[in-house]
Design a protein around this ligand. Structure first.
Ligand SMILES: Cc1cc2nc3c(=O)[nH]c(=O)nc-3n(C[C@H](O)[C@H](O)[C@H](O)COP(=O)(O)OP(=O)(O)OC[C@H]3O[C@@H](n4cnc5c(N)ncnc54)[C@H](O)[C@@H]3O)c2cc1C
Length: 236
């Protein structure tokens, strides 16, 4: 799996800061004076902690995600507030060097040979059908969830936070969890402050609402402790 940040809003902190200031100032955005990074981050932090999250929609991030399974992308595209462009199995006709399969570790442990043989057989039959004139859009019905794919995903920062709350949770499926960790690493190269906000939901809530908690989150005993933990999330 390869995840690269292709593009992002230039100076996302400044755009989000201006969105926050515009809401609470008599000045027009163009009249606002330059302020230090610390001041911008401080206002953004307070605005987020107050629950005013729409300001985060003004910064967006586009990632390329390569060599992941169709099982992953099926989960990914359920997140409706993002934009996607995915390699088509209708228009792309796979050859030996353009289709691979993702093998989970639990299968690799005892069933690697069986898995490999089955994928080889599926691919061989896929090629036979295509070479016999069956259109790729029909031959693809043979292809499994394990088939690799490439996708470009664009999320604004509010959606990226929401997505991380759900998919950075240790209860999320391993492959999508791995992908979000890589997306977070990419955001770190732009802003450590914004990357700090990409956390599983327990870190924002101050408790775990999963029916089967992973046990990683240390439960706070009082509402005040919860609040203080949440505030720390955005500390640099
Ligand atoms: C552990 C786990 C198991 C899952 N199992 C299944 C399963 O078995 N079957 C299945 O079908 N799905 C399953 N899902 C997918 C899940 O139901 C969601 O479709 C997916 O996580 C996207 O979440 P979302 O709607 O919050 O995200 P987004 O679509 O990105 O939406 C972000 C937020 O915007 C708001 N929003 C977006 N669209 C609307 C709308 N139309 N109306 C109102 N508010 C909206 C909501 O507040 C939402 O949280 C599972 C997800 C997880 C994490």
């Amino acid at each position: 799996m390869k995840v690269c940040l292709l593009s992002n809003t230039p100076d996302p902190i400044k755009v989000i800061y201006l969105a926050c200031r515009t809401c609470y100032s008599k000045l027009a955005p163009s009249e606002m004076q330059e302020v230090t990074d610390e001041k911008m981050v401080s206002l953004i932090k307070n605005t987020i902690l107050s629950g005013h999250h729409s300001v985060l929609e003004h910064a967006s991030f586009s990632f390329s995600v390569e060599g992941v399974s169709r099982a992953l992308t099926h989960q990914l595209v359920r997140h409706r507030l993002a934009s996607y462009a995915q390699q088509s199995q209708r228009y792309v006709e796979y050859k030996e060097d353009t289709l691979d399969f993702v093998m989970p570790k639990t299968i690799a442990k005892n069933y690697k040979d069986k898995f490999d043989a089955l994928m080889k057989e599926i691919f061989k039959t896929y090629r036979e059908l295509v070479e016999d004139g069956v259109p790729a859009e029909d031959a693809r019905y043979l292809l499994p969830n394990a088939s690799t794919t490439n996708i470009i995903v664009t999320m604004n920062f509010r959606e990226l936070m929401q997505f991380s709350k759900i998919r950075l949770c240790y209860r999320a499926q391993w492959e999508i969890l791995e992908m979000v960790k890589k997306m977070k690493d990419e955001v770190t190269t732009v802003s450590q402050f914004l990357a700090n906000g990409l956390q599983p939901k327990c870190q924002h809530l101050g408790y775990c609402d999963e029916t089967k908690p992973c046990g990683c989150y240390k439960f706070s005993t009082s509402a005040l402790e919860v609040k203080s933990e949440r505030n720390k999330l955005w500390d640099m």
